[in-house]
Write a protein that binds this ligand. Structure first.
Ligand SMILES: *[C@@H]1O[C@H](CO)[C@@H](O)[C@H](O)[C@H]1NC(C)=O
Ligand SMILES: *[C@@H]1O[C@H](CO)[C@@H](O)[C@H](O)[C@H]1NC(C)=O
Ligand SMILES: *[C@@H]1O[C@H](CO)[C@@H](O)[C@H](O)[C@H]1NC(C)=O
Ligand SMILES: *[C@@H]1O[C@H](CO)[C@@H](O)[C@H](O)[C@H]1NC(C)=O
Ligand SMILES: *[C@@H]1O[C@H](CO)[C@@H](O)[C@H](O)[C@H]1NC(C)=O
Ligand SMILES: *[C@@H]1O[C@H](CO)[C@@H](O)[C@H](O)[C@H]1NC(C)=O
Ligand SMILES: *[C@@H]1O[C@H](CO)[C@@H](O)[C@H](O)[C@H]1NC(C)=O
Length: 783
C-alpha cells in the first residue's frame, strides 16, 4: 500500500496535538498556522480571504476573526499568524490542510557580548583592492559580491555608518522587488545602492509585550541595539580604512566579507522591555516568518540569520527552519548561527539540513594587557580598555575582602552592584571573580567604590578563555589559572601590589583558530543523522560597525558612545559564512544553495596556525560537534572540485524519512520510507549503529571536465569504513557519480575496549584528484 502525504500529515497532526496539549496554557497567544506552499496562482486578497475563513471557523464572530489576524503569509509561505486560544489552535491543527500550528516563540537574541578577512586568506586581497585590483583573487573574481543581494534578519541597521555608504556600488539589480519602509528616524533616503531594502516586523512582539516603547527602540528599520549593524556590516560593509575600536584597538580597514554586495535589512528583533540591553533582544517566530516570506519575494540571494533558540525546536514549529525551506526552494542560501549555549553537548540551534549552521572560533588576534605583581610575576591578561594607570605599583586587593558589612565575601568577590566598601577599595586595584553579574558591570562597581584598577578573574568554569571587554576604568581580564595565582600572591604578603600594563593589539597569536567555549555543540538532537554544526568562522572579539548612539557594552550604566565595536558570538560568525556564500554565488550564479553549502563544507580546514588539529578554548582537540567540517576557507570553496548537491525535492523526501511534512502537503513520499541518512549531505552522522550500515552519496563534478578522484578514509576509532568504488572518473563537467560508504563496528576482542554505548567517535572521508581535497566529516556512535 502506498504511503501518501495524507497519511504522513495525519500522523503528523496527531503528533502535533500532543505537543499542543503539553504546552497548554489557558492564555490566548500568537500562533502560527502553517499550510505549506501556495498551490497555483491566487490573488493576494484571495489568499487573505482563505486565511480569514479558517480563522472564522474557530472564532465566534467575523469581527473577532479579523481582529485576531496578525499576518497573512502570501508569497512563498502559506499560513497566517493570529491570536488564538489553545482550544482554537488545536481545532485548526486537526484540519486536513493544516501542516502545523505552533506558538510564536519569543527567541532571545543574545550576543556574548577587521581582522577576519585577513585571517581566512582574503588578506592580501582586501589590501590589494585599496591599491590595484589583483586579478585571479577570490574577491576580484567574485567582483566583491557585485549584483548579489544578502538579506539579514536582525535588529535593523544604522544608516549613517560609513560601512553603508553606496560609493562605488553598482546599480540596484532589476530583479529587486524590495522596499524601504519608513518609520521612526527612518525614511526612504536612508536606503541607497548599498542597503537597497529595509523593512520591520513587530506585530507578534507587540502582542506579547504591548506597544513598543519608543524610548527603547525605533519603530523602523533603524537599529537601536547595535547587533544588526554589526552583522550587516560584517557581511557586506564597505571598506572603511583606519578604523579602530575606542580609537585604540584592532586598527585597520574594516570591511565586510563581500564589500560590494547589496544588503537588505529585515528588522525582526526588538528591545526586551524591563531588561538591560545587555540581556539581548527578542525576536518572534511569527514576525520572522513574515520577514522571510518578504525576503524571498523581494529577491535576496543569501539570508543571514544570527538568531538562535535556547532549546532545540522541532522543524515543524521552528519559524526559521520553515522559512528557510521555502527560501531554499528559490535557491536562496540560508546561513544561521549555531547558538551561544556551549560548551554543553546537544545545545545547538538551527539544525535543519537545508540551513548552513555556523559555529564560532577565534581569530589570531589578542588585546594583551598583562598584570605585573609586586613579586615581579607577570601574568597574561586581555582587554580592550583604553584607560591607563600610571607607571607605578598600586595596592592590590581581592574584592571579597572589600565587602560592605551586609554582604558576604563570596558575593562581594563577584563585585555585584553595591557590594564593595569605598572606604576599603578606594585607590586600589581590585580583583573580582566571574560568576553572577556582567563582566563590565563588575568594573562599574569597582569604579563606584573608588577603585583605580580592575582585574577580572575567570572562575574555574570559565577556564582560560577571555572575552576582551572595554571596561570603564583601567582593567584587564585573566584566565582561571592566573586568577588563582593572584589570589595566592595576595595571601602570601602583607602589602600586595600590582600594575596593569596598558593593552595593545597583537596579531599572529597562536594557536588560532580555537573554538569559542560558548559555541553551541552537536549532536543534533532534532535529527541525529544530520551532522551539525556545518562549519566554523570567526566569532570571538570581532570588530564591526556600531550605531554610534550606543555604548560598546550596551549596559545602561555605561554612557560611552562608539561607531565601531568588538563583539563575540555565533551571531558574529554566521555573517562571515553568509559573505563567503555571497562571493560563491557571484562566481557561480547557477549553483544550487546545496552546492554552495557543500563547497564551503568540503573545503573547510582542520588545522590551526600551529599546524595541529583545531582545539577548544582549554587546548583539548576539538571535534566536528564543535567545528563541523572545520574552519571556512572561501578561496578553496570557490573551486571545490566536487559537490554534494541536493534539491528541494530531496529535502521533502528526507522529511518523509522523519514522518514529517513541511512545505508541500501534496508531496508523495516514496513507498518505502527513505533513511534520513540518505539525504545527499556533505557530512555523515550515524547514531546508534548496530552492526553495519551502507549509505549512498552522489557527487557532481564542478571542476575540470576530465578528472579522476581517489577515496581515502580516516575511520572513527573502532569502526571500519569502506568506500566503493574507491575511484571515480569523470568525463565532463556536471557529471554525477554515486558511491557507497559502509561503516561497520569492529568486533570486540579481549584487547579492544568495548565501544562505549552512545559515545561518538569521529572520522573523515575524502575524494582527491591531486588538486582538490573534498573532505567530509563523520560522527558515529554504537547502539
Ligand atoms: C529623510 O529624513 C532626513 C532626516 O533624517 C531629512 O533630511 C530628509 O529630508 C528626509 N527625506 C525624505 C524623503 O523625507
Ligand atoms: C519606556 O522605557 C523607559 C526607559 O527604560 C522607561 O523609563 C519608561 O517608563 C518606559 N515607558 C513605558 C510606557 O513603559
Ligand atoms: C548593603 O548596604 C548598603 C547600605 O549600607 C546598601 O546601599 C546596599 O545596597 C546593601 N547591599 C546589599 C547587597 O544588600
Ligand atoms: C548566582 O546567583 C544564583 C541565584 O541567586 C545563585 O544560586 C548562585 O549560587 C550564584 N552564583 C555564584 C557563583 O555566586
Ligand atoms: C587565601 O587565604 C584564605 C584565608 O586565609 C583562604 O580561604 C583561601 O583559600 C586562600 N586562597 C588561596 C588562593 O590560597
Ligand atoms: C605554536 O607555535 C608557536 C610558534 O611556532 C610556539 O611558540 C607555540 O608554543 C605553539 N603553541 C602550541 C599550543 O603548540
Ligand atoms: C552487515 O551486516 C549483515 C547482517 O546484519 C551481514 O550479512 C553483512 O555481511 C554485513 N556486512 C559487512 C560488510 O560486514
Amino acid at each position: 500500500m502506498a504511503i501518501n502525504g495524507r497519511i504522513f500529515s495525519s500522523l503528523f497532526s496527531l503528533l502535533f496535538r500532543i505537543i499542543i496539549a503539553a504546552s497548554l496554557s489557558s492564555q490566548n497567544q500568537v500562533y502560527v498556522v502553517y499550510f505549506g506552499e501556495h498551490s497555483g496562482e491566487k490573488a493576494l486578497h484571495e489568499i487573505e480571504e482563505t486565511h480569514h475563513s479558517y480563522l472564522s471557523s474557530v472564532k465566534e464572530t467575523e469581527d473577532e476573526a479579523r481582529a485576531s489576524l496578525l499576518y497573512s503569509y502570501k508569497h512563498s509561505i502559506n499560513g497566517f499568524a493570529a491570536v488564538l486560544s489553545p482550544a482554537q489552535a488545536s481545532k485548526l491543527a486537526e484540519m486536513e490542510e493544516v501542516v502545523s500550528v505552533f506558538p510564536s516563540h519569543p527567541r532571545k537574541h543574545k550576543m556574548h557580548t577587521t581582522r577576519s578577512w585577513e585571517f581566512v586568506g582574503l588578506e592580501e586581497e582586501v589590501k590589494s583592492q585599496l591599491q590595484s585590483e589583483k586579478s585571479g583573487s577570490l574577491l576580484a573574481r567574485a567582483k566583491y559580491g557585485r549584483n548579489v543581494i544578502v538579506g539579514l534578519l536582525d535588529s535593523g541597521f544604522w544608516p549613517e555608518s560609513k560601512s553603508f555608504s553606496d560609493e562605488e556600488m553598482g546599480r540596484i539589480p532589476k530583479s529587486w522587488k524590495g522596499i524601504c519602509q519608513t518609520g521612526d528616524a527612518f525614511n526612504s533616503s536612508h536606503c541607497n545602492r548599498k542597503v537597497i531594502g529595509a523593512r520591520y516586523y513587530l506585530k507578534a512582539y507587540e502582542k506579547y509585550y504591548g506597544t513598543l516603547n519608543t524610548t527603547l527602540d525605533y519603530r523602523s528599520p533603524r537599529d537601536k541595539d547595535g547587533h544588526g549593524t554589526h552583522t550587516t556590516s560584517t557581511v557586506g560593509g564597505q571598506m572603511v580604512p583606519d578604523v579602530a575600536f575606542m580609537n585604540s584597538f584592532a586598527r585597520g580597514t574594516a570591511s565586510g566579507g563581500a564589500p560590494l554586495v547589496h544588503l537588505a535589512a529585515y528588522k525582526v528583533c526588538w528591545a526586551t522591555p524591563g531588561q538591560d540591553k545587555v540581556d539581548g533582544n527578542t525576536c518572534f517566530d511569527a514576525d520572522m516568518l513574515a520577514a522571510i516570506d518578504d525576503a524571498i519575494h523581494d529577491g535576496v540571494h543569501v539570508l543571514s540569520i544570527s538568531i538562535g533558540t535556547k532549546k532545540p525546536t522541532a522543524y515543524y514549529e521552528d519559524g526559521i527552519a520553515i522559512g528557510a525551506l521555502h527560501a531554499v526552494k528559490q535557491n536562496i542560501v540560508v546561513a544561521c548561527s549555531a547558538g551561544n549555549e556551549g560548551p554543553g553537548a546537544g545545545t545547538l540551534s538551527n539544525p535543519a539540513p537545508w540551513i548552513i549552521t555556523v559555529g564560532a572560533s577565534s581569530l589570531d588576534r589578542k588585546f594583551v594587557a598583562p598584570v605585573v605583581l609586586g613579586s615581579g610575576l607577570r601574568l597574561e591578561g586581555e582587554t580592550t580598555t583604553p584607560y591607563k594607570l600610571e607607571n607605578k605599583m598600586y595596592p592590590l586587593v581581592y574584592a571579597g575582602d572589600m565587602s560592605l558589612p551586609n554582604v558576604s565575601q563570596a558575593v562581594a568577590g563577584q563585585c555585584l552592584a553595591n557590594t564593595l566598601s569605598s572606604e576599603k577599595a578606594k585607590g586600589k586595584i581590585v580583583l573580582c571573580l566571574r560568576g553572577n553579574g556582567t563582566r563590565v558591570g563588575k568594573g562599574i562597581e569597582v569604579k563606584r567604590a573608588g577603585g583605580v584598577g580592575y582585574i577580572l578573574g575567570n572562575s574555574p568554569a570559565n577556564g582560560q578563555e577571555i572575552v576582551a571587554d572595554p571596561h570603564v576604568l583601567p582593567a584587564t581580564a585573566v584566565g582561571a589559572n592566573e586568577a588563582i595565582q593572584i589570589l595566592k600572591y595576595i595571601n602570601s604578603t602583607k602589602y600586595p601590589m600590582a600594575n596593569i600594563i596598558p593593552a595593545r593589539t597583537v596579531v599572529h597569536t597562536t594557536p588560532a583558530p580555537f573554538m569559542a567555549s560558548f559555541t553551541s555543540r552537536g549532536p543534533n538532537v532534532i535529527d541525529p543523522t544530520i551532522l551539525k554544526p556545518d562549519i566554523t568562522g570567526p566569532g570571538l572579539n570581532i570588530l564591526a560597525a556600531w550605531t554610534g548612539e550606543d555604548s560598546p557594552t550596551r549596559l545602561g550604566a555605561d554612557d560611552r558612545k562608539v561607531e565601531w565595536n568588538i563583539f563575540s558570538g555565533t551571531s558574529m560568525s554566521c555573517p562571515h559564512i553568509a559573505a563567503a556564500a555571497a562571493l560563491l554565488k557571484a562566481i557561480h550564479p547557477t549553483w544550487s544553495s546545496a552546492a554552495i553549502r557543500s563547497a564551503l563544507i568540503t573545503s573547510a580546514g582542520l588545522e590551526n596556525n600551529n599546524g595541529t588539529l583545531i582545539t577548544d578554548a582549554s587546548g583539548k582537540h576539538a571535534d566536528p560537534f564543535q567545528f563541523g567540517a572545520g574552519h571556512f576557507r572561501p578561496t578553496k570553496a570557490a573551486d571545490p572540485g566536487l559537490v554534494y548537491d541536493a534539491s528541494y525535492t530531496d529535502y521533502l523526501t528526507y522529511l518523509c524519512g522523519l514522518g514529517i511534512i513541511i512545505a508541500d502537503l501534496s508531496f508523495k513520499c516514496p513507498q518505502v520510507a527513505p533513511k534520513t541518512n540518505d539525504l545527499n549531505y556533505p557530512s555523515l552522522a550515524i547514531p546508534k549503529l548496530n552492526g553495519n550500515v551502507t549509505i549512498t552519496r552522489t557527487v557532481t563534478n564542478v571542476g575540470k571536465a576530465k578528472s579522476t578522484y581517489l577515496a581515502s578514509v580516516r575511520p572513527p576509532m573502532r569502526y571500519h569504513v569502506k568506500i566503493s568504488p574507491s575511484m571515480l572518473s569523470f568525463k565532463h563537467r556536471g557529471e554525477k557519480k554515486s558511491f557507497k560508504i559502509t561503516i561497520e563496528k569492529e568486533k570486540d576482542t579481549m584487547l579492544s575496549k568495548k565501544i562505549e554505548e552512545g559515545a561518538y567517535e569521529f572520522g573523515w572521508f575524502s575524494w582527491s584528484d591531486g588538486i582538490h581535497t573534498v573532505r567530509s566529516p563523520m560522527a558515529v556512535s554504537s547502539a
